[in-house]
Design a protein. Structure first.
Length: 117
């Protein structure tokens, strides 16, 4: 009788530890996601230098690569709806505006596109 009680107690403790571990990891991931979202929201509708922009693009590329975000045939990151990050940059020249994706700038495709403005 005592052995069964201790066996059930050990299983319950084990299950509690496993569930607590998964809940802890989930909450840590949510806090990290909220921190990243808040950081990227601060970049919205802000003028910045090119060096700052390229640093943000490189950081975003690293984050997408670490999360194994797939790319399409044009080397643009696909939106998986969970942990992928896409950046759209608005270039304003005189009265014209051109929106580019971060991959265009990262790969140097902006030169061809910028000439069309």
């Amino acid at each position: 009788m005592k052995n069964k009680f201790f066996l059930v107690l050990a299983i319950m403790i084990f299950l509690t530890v496993v569930v607590a571990y998964y809940v802890y990891n989930y909450r840590v991931n949510m806090v990290e996601t909220q921190k990243i979202n808040k950081e990227y929201q601060s970049y919205s509708n802000v003028q910045m230098l090119g060096t700052e922009l390229i640093s943000i693009i490189n950081k975003t590329t690293d984050i997408n690569n670490n999360h194994n975000i797939p790319k399409d045939e044009n080397n643009y990151y696909l939106d998986n709806g969970e942990n992928s990050i896409k950046i759209y940059i608005n270039f304003i020249y005189k009265d014209k505006t051109k929106t580019l994706q971060m991959e265009d700038i990262n790969k140097g495709r902006y030169r061809r596109i910028y000439k069309k403005i």
